[in-house]
Ligand binder design. Sequence first.
Ligand code: KG4
Ligand code: ZN
Length: 342
Amino acid sequence: MKPDALILGIETSCDDSAAAVVRGGREVLVNRIATQVPCHQKFGGVVPEVASRKHLEAIAPLVRETLAEAGLGLTDLDGLAVTYGPGLVGSLLVGVSFAKALAYALGLPLAGVHHIEGHIFANFLAHPGVEPPLVCLTVSGGHTEIYYMPQIAEYELLGRTRDDAAGEAFDKVARVLGLGYPGGPPIERLSSSGDHNSVALPRGLAGEQTLDFSFSGLKTAALNHINQIRQTRGELNEAEKADLAASFQWAVVDVLAERAVKAAASRGVRTLLVSGGVAANGLLRETLTARAADRGITAHFPPRVLCTDNAAMIAAAGYHHLRRGVRSDLSLNAVPSLPLTS
Ligand code: KG4
Ligand code: ZN
């Protein structure tokens, strides 16, 4: 695989169909996302059966439009990369089947990519100087995990959530406050007018010597606070909603920043990558950057568009596999609970 290879990335693991073309593993030519958010909004979360059907409708036109925007034809491509897990099995299958068919028809090499590895590589697209050894925190609607990456494509799990993912907690609290789905952005907006010290909320696993997370206690405490006000006085006013949102956001950010910096320091690395949908959060970006800098560590975040699910990150990760001669064959299958191992 040549250094400036053109890779088409495909991502359909959850509720966004995405396609992108990346050159040389670092340069995004086109990055398109066909979001299903409006479709799932009325249910307050992703409905798997609806998601897979929507992917099926979207995928072929999306790839066609992506190549057209890049000014490329199918035969200009040097390889393909596709997310094959973890995620919703029906959704993953659409991307995997499409990518395999294309690879077979065009005679191109194919790389199956782990979704979290993709999130990690979003930072390689955004920051050309980033190189391992490093530690990365991936924090999204489905995952909250810290990995040590001694070199490209080698991963050691240092910590993970024992229950809810951080983004999932944002989504659940937002849902009860009537803020809609996904919950992170409206909670962040509402927080800006609230006092983050106003509601005392627990920090999961506080005092334990661990790099794991637990957000279910925090989520339940936030929901109890809302229900208590509703039962005694009726609906929360705007100021009360803002105070709760700010206190909740701060509790999540505080724990994420503390464990991520501790993990990086424990491995003696100077580079900390943060990725996934929750990495779009402004308070997390600010707090983590400052706390890392205090320990001589540089924290990197992708631009917001590359934080949430996209296919450019999948193409970037796939490029590194193909460059090392690691290819997937046509037996590649969707693996809903795929672990990230070396
Ligand atoms: O990475 P992603 O697009 O999908 C998954 O792989 O899960 O992440 C989506 C998650 C949702 O839970 C959403 O509420 C959260 O990321 N999110 C945020 C923000 N933007 C998105 N959480 C906090 N603050 C944000 N600004
Ligand atoms: Zn994701």
